[in-house]
Design a protein around this ligand. Structure first.
Ligand code: MG
Length: 437
């Protein structure tokens, strides 16, 4: 390079930075650069007995913030501490536009990946960032994810009954209220297969609790579904959650016996430690399998999808780290012919429900969403909470996620620690050993 061309290259330098500035302008539609100014952790019991944790990301643009769900009913304080002491100092000052890069770097920020606590931290951040992006664009998040591919999100209802007659009546009521999909649990959630306290063969000094027995479960629950189908016919799309209570060949036999009853799906018939049994289930029947409520990374589903061993993916959006990974799960489902059935659960919150809604509404790989409904107090503390009408979930179409938190009301309804360190309650077998949840 001679002296003249070197001088020319120096003169060209400002043009490159101008181009970069134009690219930045185009990316944010002429809006000024944005930074994260503060991260607030907001907790509330929702005017009931919830232990909800939300993240509020406040930006440099006056009045522009986003909220996300970091709710973890069983390790609430660990999530709060991780948000306050680890995420917040790391996130302040960063550009909220770069959701994917922030998700990837927050995922690797802990060096050891995954785990429910860090996934809830990621989820709080990720949902809040999508909320901000939607508000800034003046669009609901589903528009940014590709727009609606369905008019509303169908949900499955929950019913129970101590016997087939009660359960059948409950299903018919649910159908009359507009649902097409109904999950039946017998004798309460996680019920079926229990032998009453103090009865049956037990060790000396046994606890006075119901004892779980796999073979009793296989017999009782399949018989009940036979009786329900005999009473109500085959119009209702029936589901059932085994909650990982079965092992090996009992899980295979359970699904085989249900085949003539044309289930919509059977959920978590096996614990996540025993996934290789799914290929044996496939060899003997076509009962559809919903799997993975306890999975904590979307890539865990990949071998199950590629081998066509499962039919529905059951993760909770906040349990895998938010909208960004949930959309990837939905894309994987579309590619491999699996479907999403995002988990809700009674202790789940309305911000997570809406996050799932935006993914559901924009994803061809969607199958069904779990129902969750809230008491009136929640609609006051979290205005914009979605509504279920005649079996379908509706958001409000406002920009972002479409939900807000009344911080003063949330503070008036503080969370309280649960008994026993808020531990998930475990069932036990007749000999006193733990049954996997
Ligand atoms: Mg479940």
């Amino acid at each position: 390079m001679n002296r003249r061309s070197f001088a020319k290259s120096l003169l060209a330098a400002p043009a490159i930075s101008t181009l970069a500035a134009q690219q930045v302008d185009r990316r944010s539609n002429g809006l000024p650069p944005l930074t994260i100014k503060d991260v607030k952790v907001i907790t509330t019991n929702g005017g009931a007995r919830y232990r909800w944790v939300f993240v509020k990301i406040i930006t440099s643009e006056p009045g522009l913030y986003g909220i996300g769900s970091a709710n973890n009913n069983y390790q609430t304080q660990a999530v709060i501490a991780a948000l306050e002491h680890h995420l917040k100092p790391w996130l302040i000052g960063k550009d909220p536009n770069q959701i994917e890069d922030l998700w990837q770097s927050a995922h690797l920020r802990t060096y050891w990946r995954n785990g429910p606590v860090n996934n809830n931290v990621l989820s709080g951040m990720d949902m809040a960032l999508w909320d901000i992006k939607g508000k800034r664009a003046g669009m609901p998040v589903y528009e940014l994810l590709g727009g609606k591919v369905r008019d509303a999100v169908p949900c499955y209802d929950h019913v129970g009954g101590k016997d087939a007659s009660e359960a059948s009546e409950a299903v018919l009521k649910s159908l009359a209220s507009g649902y097409r999909h109904v999950r039946i649990q017998f004798g309460g959630y996680g019920g079926g297969g229990f032998i009453s306290p103090g009865t049956g063969s037990r060790p000396e000094g046994a606890r006075s609790i119901p004892g779980f027995d796999e073979e009793v479960y296989v017999h009782q629950v399949t018989k009940m579904f036979e009786q329900v189908r005999a009473k109500i016919g085959f119009e209702a799309k029936l589901c059932h959650d085994v909650h990982s209570h079965l092992t090996g060949m009992n899980a295979v036999e359970f699904c085989r016996r249900l085949q003539p009853l044309q289930m919509h799906f059977v959920e978590d018939v096996l614990a996540p430690e025993q996934l290789s049994w799914y290929k044996h289930i496939r060899q003997v029947c076509t009962t559809p399998q919903a799997v993975g409520e306890l999975f904590t990374h979307p890539f865990e589903y990949v071998p199950l999808m590629t081998d066509r061993l499962i039919d529905y993916v059951r993760c909770r959006v906040s349990g895998i780290g938010g909208i960004t990974p949930a959309k990837k799960v939905a894309h994987l489902c579309e590619a491999f012919g699996t479907k999403t059935a995002f988990q809700e659960g009674g202790e789940n919150d309305p911000v997570n429900q809406l996050a799932a809604y935006h993914v559901d509404l924009s994803s061809p790989g969607f199958g069904i969403q779990e129902e969750n409904h809230f008491p009136p107090s929640v609609y006051e503390i979290l205005p914009g909470t979605a509504e279920i009408r005649k079996g379908y979930l509706y958001g409000n179409g406002r920009p972002g996620l479409g939900i807000d938190i009344d911080e003063a009301l949330a503070a008036k309804n503080p969370i309280r620690p649960g008994n026993n360190g808020s531990a998930y309650p475990l069932d036990r077998a007749m000999d006193g050993s733990i049954v996997k949840p």
